[in-house]
Design a protein around this ligand. Structure first.
Ligand code: ARG
Length: 257
């Protein structure tokens, strides 16, 4: 009996200790009371999230601001490296992440995704017009952003000579432009933007290597916040705001059809 009692004391102590260390994600009510939502992004992924001088801008930045407005909230932005973003949700360092994350089964184990902001996919980009499909990557060196779905999907292609990782997607692009790799795999609209802004780059692109749905994320299980974000997204999609922002950056409406 005594032993059971002391065991119970130990268990109770452990539970209390855990409760004290597990910081709680801010609830929707707490965020509303504060008046501002803390959103993290990368800031190095044009035209979705990037810096124009010292100003954070892009499709996702404007979209998130429009959504926050619908929720009656101001935004406090944090810009961090891509690989730090989802981990920071777990540690309650911010309320939401918007950085073109594709919804994957693995990521869904760690965070809660909202409804998709847009639908896109990875495309192969090269200076060599013969490099357009997965098969044509056999024996080639491919640049991708570290931790991206491009990295994951290129690694699955048998026969690729080398997958070179770069912390930023723009560095993977530079590696291709400078001739250090044979191909770069990135988002279709990122590539469309590069083609439009540097028409003389000599880059060619094929069709989709894979498609994905891109969404914002909140801390795993923070359902009231996810629902409020979904509602705000539906609102901006319904009132023309989404379309205007999408056409400004992408020259087309990129919502999932
Ligand atoms: N869509 C890709 C993924 O889900 C790339 C996202 C890159 N985002 C960024 N902010 N660099 O992994």
């Amino acid at each position: 009996m005594k032993r059971i009692k002391s065991l119970l004391v130990v268990v109770a102590g452990l539970v209390m200790g855990l409760a004290a260390t597990a910081v709680q994600a801010r609830t929707l009510d707490e965020i509303k009371a504060d008046g501002k939502i803390i959103i993290a992004t990368e800031g190095a992924y044009p035209p979705f999230n990037y810096f124009q001088g010292s100003k954070l801008t892009g499709f996702e930045v404007e979209l998130a601001e429009a959504m926050a407005k619908k929720m009656g909230l101001a935004v406090e932005w944090k810009a961090l490296s891509f690989d730090a973003l989802l981990a920071g949700l777990r540690q309650d360092r911010w309320d939401m992440v918007i950085a073109s994350f594709g919804i994957t089964a693995d990521r869904s184990k760690a965070v809660t995704f909202t409804s998709p902001d847009y639908c896109s996919g990875g495309v192969i980009v090269s200076k060599d017009p013969n490099i357009r499909t997965a098969d044509s990557l056999v024996g080639k060196t491919v640049a991708v952003q570290t931790g991206s779905t491009y990295m994951e999907n290129v690694k699955k292609i048998p026969g690729v000579k080398d997958v070179k990782n770069f912390p930023q997607d723009t560095d993977a692009r530079s590696a291709l432009i400078n001739g250090r790799v044979d191909a770069w795999v990135s988002d279709r609209f990122v590539v469309k933007n590069v083609m439009a802004t540097s028409p003389n780059s000599g880059l060619k692109t094929g069709g989709y290597l894979f498609v994905e749905r891109i969404a914002s994320a909140v801390k795993k299980g923070n359902m009231p916040l996810a629902a409020a974000i979904d509602k705000a997204l539906a609102d901006v999609m319904a009132d023309g705001t989404y379309k205007a922002i999408s056409e400004k950056y992408m020259k087309e409406d990129i919502r999932c059809k």
